[in-house]
Design a protein around this ligand. Structure first.
Ligand code: C2E
Ligand code: CA
Ligand code: CA
Length: 611
């Protein structure tokens, strides 16, 4: 028998039935219906059925639609007449069709009164629907099965929200990669597996973008975000599907390499990562160069194989710090001595006053050469630490720690005095050769309220001529607060101190912003010089810096010149000054003095080779 609630004949016919279906689909004894008599006549029932916010439909015993209310029709996406004679199965996931059939059978056999389950469907556009479905069998007055009443509550949106919440708990919103939580979870699972299969190995890579803060600050957060997304795609191309790439936060990423044979597998991935970053990223019509530092730990090393997940993560973080201290754009494999060294660095950074007293600190001087004449026009003072236990420690390692602990201001003051006194000593011997001295000033030192006063006192004590002292400050230190920088630099200029922007080009700040500051010299970062080759490739950045600076009347020094090719390319660009291992490594004060004499064109017995 087929019927529709739009012409409620079937229900009308069955007025004598001991049971009646309420608009919510529950089956009540007919007596109750009769009690409410006039109020719940067929017309009212029909209206309630139609207007119910719960989707309702009646199916014949073969699952074909007999009628459907508005809520059901709008969920399924068509009008009631278009549904009639079609089967509910057409809109239902095949696995759920068999389940519904089995449950329908149970209703027919009287094993249960109704059922409620979650089922999967499609609407007429084939969009997925997830519903909570209640099924009831309607019988006639003789208890013969008449039809099924199906009620559905749409759960699609709720399920989607739940899935989203679950996704957000495990995945990074920006890049779609695994997040820190999922990464640690996978690592812990991998360690459990390794425990059972002793011959298997895994490795963890911690990755941190070099100078990401500068990109964000100078090119904006939108480009910063685009870079992180583009980077994650490139990183994905470097690993296998079974490996886990995660974004731990900010510009920190991590990779879990499972089932590796040896350290070579890991270094291959590291090399691949550095290789894919050689090409610049094109973001919003801008070319952005980026490099990455990588810390590595591998369970192939027996000490590491017994470590917990959190120990491994701490160790790999130490390896990453080491890669950063080495100048970035490289990978460093964790060694046990690194922890000891990191702890020692903190200890010795706090012993800096003692180091000055014990004369463990000293300065080396790297010549700055005037390219047209070959003359040495000055030196850059570079700090060295000879530690009684740890030997010679690189400034790239201890200066960041000193910056963090704040002792850099004490050390910086010492460097300032030492370097200025040294120039005075040289000048006493080289009366007719004016030499300038470049002194590095760290960001914290630059922001220190005593800096200008300290410089003033040293200048008074040493009687150096105007312009002989040049302070090197990185563009990032200046850009941290342009207003403060302007004020400090103007006060320094009043003391006749020259200002040199160090590592220029890597900070992404525009020259037009720097133009607001009293700058005398730009030092082109050595990464741009070292990528110049014989074919004249990668010369564009040095060229534009030299051209712009020359138009603005600013002096330029190219640092890190190592080869004759780089020198010749810089000569052809008209670069005024150069510095680098090609001419000299940082020298002791005596060697520096000899170097000046040897490179004086009118006094030297032989012209330097590079001229
Ligand atoms: P920086 O100011 O960029 O100094 C140049 C660094 O490049 C020096 O490293 C120098 O030895 C190295 N270098 C020079 N020519 C070449 C070359 O041709 N090839 C290569 N590969 N490297 C070259 P160093 O002495 O290890 O200093 C590292 C950094 O430590 C310095 O980078 C500077 O940021 C910091 N630093 C050094 N001395 C001081 C100091 O007295 N105060 C402060 N605040 N920082 C300092
Ligand atoms: Ca410098
Ligand atoms: Ca530099």
């Amino acid at each position: 028998m087929k019927f529709s609630l739009t012409d409620t004949t079937a229900l009308n016919q069955d007025r004598s039935s001991p049971q009646a279906v309420t608009p919510t689909g529950q089956v009540h004894p007919a007596s109750q219906v009769q009690h409410t008599g006039n109020a719940l006549n067929t017309k009212t029932l029909k209206q309630i059925f139609q207007l119910s916010p719960i989707g309702m439909t009646m199916l014949d015993l073969d699952g074909h639609f007999l009628s459907a209310n508005q809520a059901f029709c709008s969920a399924i996406g068509c009008l009631e007449p278009d549904l009639l004679a079609r089967s509910f199965g057409e809109f239902t996931h095949p696995e759920d069709v068999s389940l519904l059939r089995a449950l329908g059978e149970e209703l027919l056999q009287g094993n249960r009164q109704h059922f409620q389950i979650e089922t999967r469907h499609w609407n007429t556009n084939r969009d997925p629907l997830q519903v909570s479905l209640t099924g009831t069998l309607v019988r006639d007055s003789h208890q013969r099965p008449l039809c099924f009443l199906i009620q559905v509550v749409d759960l699609t949106e709720r399920k989607w929200m739940e899935a989203q919440l679950k996704h957000h708990a495990f995945y990074d919103l920006l890049t779609g990669l695994a997040n820190r939580f999922l990464f640690i979870n996978r690592l812990e699972q991998a360690l459990v597996r390794l425990d059972r299969h002793r011959d298997e190995q895994c490795a963890i890579l911690f990755l941190d973008l070099d100078r990401f803060k500068a990109i964000n600050e100078n090119l904006g957060h939108t480009i910063g975000d685009q870079l992180l997304v583009a980077l994650s795609k490139r990183l994905e191309s470097c690993i296998r599907r079974c490996d886990t790439l995660a974004r731990l936060g900010g510009d920190e990423f991590a990779i879990l390499l499972e089932d590796i044979v040896g350290l070579e597998d890991v270094t291959t991935v590291c090399d691949r990562i550095q290789a894919v970053l050689k090409t610049p990223f094109k973001l919003s019509n801008q070319e952005v160069f980026s490099s990455i530092s990588v810390g590595v730990i591998c369970t192939t090393n027996s000490t590491n194989s017994t470590k917990s997940a959190s120990d491994l993560l701490r160790s790999v973080d130490t390896a990453l710090s080491r890669a950063k201290a080495q100048g970035g754009a490289c990978h460093t494999i964790f060694e046990e001595t690194m922890h000891q060294r990191a702890t020692a660095l903190w200890e010795i950074a706090n012993q800096s006053q003692l180091a000055i007293e014990r004369q463990e600190l000293n300065l080396r001087y790297q010549p700055i050469i005037h390219l047209a004449t070959g003359e040495t026009v000055g030196f850059e003072a570079l700090l060295r630490w000879n530690h009684p236990q740890h030997g010679s420690i690189s400034p790239a390692e201890f200066i960041p720690v000193m910056e963090e602990t704040g002792v850099i201001t004490t050390i910086g003051h010492w460097v300032l005095k030492e370097a200025c006194y040294q120039v005075c000593q040289w000048q006493a011997e080289l009366l007719d050769i004016p030499l300038s001295i470049n002194i590095n000033v760290s960001p914290k030192q630059f922001a220190h309220p005593q800096l200008v006063e300290q410089v003033k006192t040293v200048l008074k004590e040493t009687c150096l001529a105007p312009g002989q002292v040049r302070l090197e400050i990185t563009e990032n230190a200046v850009m941290q607060s342009l207003e403060l920088a302007k004020e400090v630099l103007n006060r320094l200029k009043q003391l006749n101190v020259s200002i040199c922007i160090d590592d220029f080009g890597v900070g992404y700040s525009s020259l037009s912003r720097l133009q607001q500051l009293p700058i005398d010299t730009l030092k082109i970062d050595r990464s741009f010089i070292q990528s110049i080759n014989a074919a004249g490739e990668n010369i564009e950045i040095p060229r534009s810096i030299i051209d712009l600076a020359s138009n603005l009347g600013i002096d330029v020094v190219a640092e890190g010149v190592e080869t004759a090719t780089q020198l010749h390319q810089l000569q052809s660009l008209g670069c005024p000054k150069v510095q680098g291992f090609y001419f000299a490594k940082p020298l002791t004060p005596d060697a520096a003095l000899r170097f000046v004499r040897d490179t004086q064109p009118n006094k030297a017995t032989k012209l330097p080779d590079y001229l």
